[in-house]
Design a protein around this ligand. Structure first.
Ligand code: 6PG
Length: 233
């Protein structure tokens, strides 16, 4: 599968492209389901998105989920939900019923089961999964050292961060690869080597980097990069 690669001069250009993609998806469905990720790139997207779209009629058609979460309460600075709340949710008129967070403060194993059941309900099929790329080649909370979890038969599992040992809850490969669209949002020069290894040498790195395993059966995989992240392509 050849991904579609787009390179942007500025982060705002990249953010605008994501919003345009969502507008496009909204043309053919009344409600769409989007899985969000953590990191600094989505943070900039959320700031942009909250300014670009302020109508209730827009937000009532969007249901937000998360690809992964740290096992902390929402007010912890490590919480992906907390970051999204601060940069997006607190600024937009989205119905609370459209927000499906991973409850990081609950028992992790039970929460992974609950969230997996939730996203496997047919109406929660993901129209769009937004992914980040870790400097080590991880995506969602599946790391190179735990790459086997990508192929889990479960939609959602508990994992440990390889360095901190902190628990994370993460969706797995089968959920990501069954989404209609999957988009990597990658910015900054620290990503350039992994971007090159994964895009240009995917086969050799398939068992090394979880991000190389992203291959939606729909064929719709987008890499949205800034010039720094794309420098070695
Ligand atoms: C994590 C991070 C990670 C993030 C990437 C990309 O939980 O380990 O949130 O998954 O998505 O490191 O981050 P940037 O957008 O900051 O490059």
């Amino acid at each position: 599968m050849m991904p579609q690669i787009s390179i942007f001069e500025t982060r705002d250009d990249l953010n605008r492209e994501v919003i345009n993609l969502i507008d496009y998806l909204l043309q053919s469905k009344s409600t769409i389901n989007i899985a969000l990720s953590g990191g600094s790139t989505p943070k900039a997207l959320f700031d942009y998105w909250s300014k670009a779209k302020c109508e209730f009629d827009y937000w009532k058609r969007i249901r937000l989920f998360w690809g992964d979460e740290r096992c902390v309460p929402p007010n912890d600075e490590m919480s992906n939900f907390g970051m999204t709340k601060e940069h997006l949710l607190d600024k937009i008129p989205i119905p609370p019923g459209n927000i499906f967070r991973i409850v990081g403060e609950n028992d992790p194993e039970q929460e992974a089961v609950r969230y997996g059941e939730l996203i496997e309900k047919e109406e929660h099929f993901f129209d769009l999964v937004l992914l980040g790329l870790g400097d080590d080649g991880h995506t969602v909370s599946i790391f190179p050292s735990s790459i086997k979890l990508w192929k889990s038969s479960k939609p959602c599992v508990v994992n440990l961060h390889p360095d901190s040992g902190m628990k994370r809850i993460t969706i797995t490969g089968k959920v990501i690869n069954s989404a209609n669209y999957v988009a990597f949002l990658v910015t900054g020069d620290s990503k350039a080597i992994k971007v090159k290894e994964i895009i240009l040498h995917r086969k050799e790195n398939l068992n090394k980097y979880p991000a190389a395993k992203v291959a939606p059966t729909s064929g719709r995989l987008l890499w949205l990069l800034d010039t720094e992240a794309a420098a070695l392509l």
